[in-house]
Design a protein around this ligand. Structure first.
Ligand SMILES: C[S@@+](CC[C@H](N)C(=O)[O-])C[C@H]1O[C@@H](n2cnc3c(N)ncnc32)[C@H](O)[C@@H]1O
Length: 272
């Protein structure tokens, strides 16, 4: 696990960085999503959300919907639902199936008790006041509605954190460089339950452990490079570190046949 400085935590929740750089379009998010193609076992996250919404009808708000992976699956498999995709980035919403809204999870443009389900998938670690945002999600949810949240464990992809420290150390000429900024640590799987129980009384956690094995450095390089929006927070020249990480990954693959990454994500299904 890498632990962020206060300045790094503020950058992870900086709306200008999020909307204008990190998620200005779907490129960086897609790079992080695509590494799961090499994970075993495979988890169908949109399929899990469809399953969790089996008894839901009516309005579903996908808050922080990103490139719309979950929105499009719901449109296809549950055309009876009214799905609204929302994000603070207008750019990333461009290709998401309508209706979509540019909206901040911290102040949703919806009345109290107006949604039958709310999705907050891999996004609560990006809001500055996590507890207040969870109250806001609960506010728009009708009694008996469901919130589905997801995030990663502090133990997720530690091999990439170690790779970064090694590459950054090589660039700086020291044994270990500064830790990679962590996106999910503010609302990691370990912290999520504690936050969510401030507004929800029934919380079911589904853990999704897996192992990624790649025999080509490209998906790893793309994953590391997807943190470009936070390059200033790295304490090491960003591009050079990514290039050095590529060399280390390629030597590991040449020596060991593959580069292995242990993953741990989780989905939390919450009812008031
Ligand atoms: C890691 S992506 C997750 C996207 C999608 N939910 C998924 O799981 O594939 C986080 C998304 O949350 C959005 N986001 C961050 N802070 C937000 C906020 N305060 N309100 C609404 N969206 C936000 C980002 O712009 C980004 O598209």
């Amino acid at each position: 696990m890498t632990s962020n400085t206060a300045q790094q935590d503020a950058a992870v929740a900086d709306k200008s960085i999020l909307a204008n750089s990190a998620y200005a379009d779907g490129r960086h998010l897609a790079a992080r999503q695509s590494i799961y193609r090499w994970q075993q076992p495979q988890y169908d996250l949109p399929g899990i959300v469809v399953e969790e919404l089996a008894s839901t009808s009516g309005i579903v708000l996908d808050v922080g919907c990103g490139n719309g992976k979950f929105v499009s699956r719901l449109h296809n498999e549950r055309p009876d639902l009214q799905v609204v995709g929302m994000d603070i980035s207008a750019g990333i919403l461009a290709d998401v199936e309508k209706p979509v809204l540019v909206a901040d999870a911290q102040a949703l443009p919806f009345a109290d008790d107006s949604a039958d389900a709310v999705l907050a998938l891999h996004m609560l670690y990006h809001v500055s006041d996590i507890e207040a945002t969870i109250k806001e999600l609960a506010r728009v949810l009708r009694p008996g509605g469901v919130l589905i949240a997801s995030t990663n464990s502090d133990a997720d992809k530690q091999e990439l954190d170690q790779l970064w420290v090694m590459a950054a150390g090589d660039i700086l000429g020291i044994p270990e460089g500064p830790a990679r900024i962590s996106l999910s640590s503010r609302f990691s799987l370990e912290k999520a339950h504690g936050y969510l129980e401030t507004a929800f009384s029934e919380i079911r956690v589904r853990q999704l452990p897996g192992t990624i094995n790649v025999t080509d450095s490209a998906p790893i390089v793309a994953h590391l490079a997807s943190y470009e929006a936070w390059a200033e927070q790295c304490g090491v020249p960003f591009e050079q570190t990514v290039l050095r990480a590529r060399e280390i990954t390629e030597s590991t693959i040449a020596e060991e046949g593959s580069f292995e990454i242990k993953c741990l994500g989780g989905v939390l299904t919450c009812r008031p």
